[in-house]
Ligand binder design. Structure first.
Ligand code: GLA
Ligand code: ZN
Length: 650
């Protein structure tokens, strides 16, 4: 049976409510709770005074009901006494303001003092419960690097940044040469002259910005690995280790694959809508987040915070419609979630998250949301063999944090958003209901047949050769714009015609470029097999001259109508497409369908907002069906009620 439960904060409630709460959780159909991740002060009320008696009593009450526990190491919220005694643990924002105690995650990852105290509570907590059979898993911290905590510009980080650079470049001359500091006379005589990229007039050196992001990633990941190492060393054999990934993972300055590499499995916090959003994020975007999390360790993952009630701190927004949150759970299970906990058992009446509604609201009534979770648990618990089954995708969408950080430092177009550009190429394959892996560029591609490479401007020879070989041996590669523009130092290559290292496999060259804004749209005309069809391009355009490639779409505006916008090139036994700008959905849908058909990859066409996902367990087929709309839909001859989520055994 899968682990199904809720995030439970007993410390928020009078002791006399615990038994009633645990019974309510049990009656929900839950067999696990997550707790403890914000309770450092409760466990160390004063420096060096460790007291786990409160949780001892809660755990024994949970055990009476046969409920297991995922316990969070509480380093995301350190006690006031620690910040008061050692204010140096507090992080600093870009304006040099020290973050004050009062929120969460205000610690500096490079504070040795913080690491010392964080290591101590982590060690003592894990030691105390290493033999506790009810605790089956440890969550490291909480949403590391979230809510702006991935950045700190304090003196300790500055010193560590110098150390990082010295270690990487060895000599200041090498750094000057690599960064091109001759530009604007920025040559450094030694490492300690180098600034952190705080506010300046105009903008910082691109190589500095990229190395700063890599340094931030190292800072967060080394803290995570240190805490994970402590838990691994001390925990019981029966206990696993995870950490919970937050949304917005492409917007953060840390490499998530590196972050979770010592974990037994990835956990994810699934909030299709949060804060003041008027509507949830689109179904394709939710799906992509699941495929990203499954891709981190290339295995099924947990959701330890599944949205049920409207969520927000000082602002909330859209209320999930009846069964919509349950349908999102089906979608998560379809994409490889194996075990799920809903956030949170009951909305808290005090503190910063009064408006993070739970399964049960402040009225403490077991209402619609309670019953919705109960019905989901009842329906899904018999499908563990499906939930645990591996997913095999023929399509991979590649990302690379160096590339993401390169774009983040210089968006080049006011309309550019990395998430949107990755989704632009993910969406057409998602709409054809074929499994998709979202994985880093360092992975082996030999098990795929289609590799999608969105706005990969940082391309080194290693990657270009890997992709060329993939195409030569029969694969299809789909590039989009600005591919191959930069090297790993975030610099352009003198004398190299774009798309640089992939020019030969693309079979076209970029003669000129234009940065469009999101609003500026240009018409395209279809050619060849796409004749009499039209497209639209926004955000950016590469003006392409086809060399060996065929032209699928060309620009139709004055001066530039002799340039290609979209090309297709035969490479060995494979094919390479180049999408020279922010292409709209219709042509991309057409191209995606052609690609899957050319590989004989089965796909399922469904009405808009109906998502299906096939899971194979041995030879048996289970189809997950999700109606993401608030209206009746038809699929496979069956009516789907609004926000239906279900599994059909074929
Ligand atoms: C995040 C955090 C939780 C809580 C919820 C509120 O996912 O992990 O602690 O703040 O958001 O929605
Ligand atoms: Zn710092």
């Amino acid at each position: 049976m899968p682990y199904l439960g809720v995030d439970y904060y007993p410390e928020h409630w009078p002791d006399e409510m615990i038994k009633e709460d645990i019974k309510g959780i049990k009656d929900l159909g839950a067999n696990i709770v997550r707790m403890g991740e914000f309770a450092w002060h409760l466990m160390e009320p004063e420096e060096g005074m460790f007291d786990f008696s409160y949780f001892d009593s809660v755990i024994s009450a949970l055990k009476e009901q046969g409920i297991k526990i995922m316990f969070g190491t509480p380093t995301a919220t350190f006690p006031a006494w620690l910040a008061h005694k050692y204010p140096s643990i507090l992080s600093e924002n870009e304006d040099g303001q020290v973050r004050v105690f009062g929120g969460r995650r205000q610690y500096c990852f490079n504070s040795e003092l913080y690491r010392k105290y964080a290591a101590m509570i982590t060690k003592r907590l894990t030691e105390h419960y290493a033999d506790e059979p009810a605790i089956i898993s440890w969550q490291i911290d909480n949403e590391l690097g979230h809510e702006g905590s991935d950045q700190c510009y304090c003196e300790k980080c500055h010193e560590q940044f110098h150390r990082y650079l010295k270690n990487k470049y060895q000599s200041i001359d090498t750094l000057n040469e690599t960064w091109g500091t001759i530009f604007w006379g920025q040559t450094y005589n030694n490492f300690n002259e180098i600034p952190v990229p705080k506010q300046t007039i105009t903008t910082h050196n691109p190589s500095l910005k990229l190395d700063w992001a890599r340094f931030r990633s190292n800072s967060i990941n080394s803290f995570t690995h240190e805490m994970t190492g402590i838990v691994r060393k001390v925990k019981g054999e029966h206990q696993t280790v995870t950490t919970n990934v937050s949304g917005g993972f492409f917007d953060k300055s840390f490499d998530h694959e590196e972050n979770v590499k010592k974990m037994d499995f990835v956990s994810y916090d699934n909030y299709p809508v949060w804060g003041g959003l008027e509507q949830p994020i689109e179904p394709a975007s939710i799906a992509m987040t699941h495929d990203f999390n499954r891709g981190l360790l290339n295995k099924n993952y947990w959701i330890v915070e599944e949205l049920m009630g409207a969520q927000g701190h000082d602002v909330i927004g859209y209320l999930p419609r009846p069964n919509q949150a349950k349908m999102w759970s089906y979608q998560a299970f379809a994409h490889g979630c194996s075990d799920m906990l809903y956030f949170r058992w009951r909305g808290m009446t005090k503190g910063a998250e009064q408006f993070c509604y739970g399964v049960v609201d402040h009225d403490n009534q077991y209402g619609r949301k309670y019953k919705e979770v109960q019905s989901l648990f009842e329906e899904i618990k018999e499908n563990d063999h499906v939930l645990q089954s591996p997913i095999k995708a023929d399509v991979a969408v590649l990302y690379d944090y160096d590339n993401i950080w390169s774009w983040k430092g210089q968006v080049q177009s006011k309309g550019f958003d990395f998430n949107e550009e990755l989704l632009r190429l993910y969406r057409p394959f998602y709409k054809l209901n074929t499994p998709i892996d979202v994985i880093p560029t360092n992975r082996d591609l030999s098990n795929y047949r289609v590799v999608v490479v969105p706005v990969m401007q940082v391309v080194d020879r290693h990657l270009s050769q890997k992709l060329e070989q993939f195409a030569e041996t029969g694969g299809t590669v789909l590039f989009s714009y600005r591919t191959g523009l930069k090297d790993r130092d975030n610099n352009l290559r003198l004398g190299e015609i774009l798309p640089g290292p992939v020019r030969e496999m693309v079979g076209a060259r970029v003669e000129e470029i234009e940065s469009l804004t999101g609003a500026h749209k240009l018409k395209l005309t279809g050619k060849g097999e796409f004749a009499h069809t039209y497209g639209e391009i926004s955000v950016w355009r590469d003006l392409l001259v086809a060399e060996e490639a065929d032209v699928l779409y060309e620009y139709s505006d004055n001066f530039y109508n002799q340039y290609a916008a979209v090309t297709q090139n035969n490479v060995g036994k494979g094919m390479v497409y180049y999408i020279g700008g922010g292409l709209n959905e219709e042509p991309l849908d057409r191209i995606a369908k052609n690609i899957l058909s050319s590989h004989g990859i089965t796909f399922i066409e469904t009405p808009e907002n109906v998502e299906v996902y096939e899971r194979l367990v041995e030879k048996e087929s289970y189809i997950f069906v999700m109606n993401h709309s608030g209206s009746l839909q038809l699929y496979d001859g069956e009516e789907l009620e609004p926000y239906t989520g279900k599994i059909i055994k074929k």
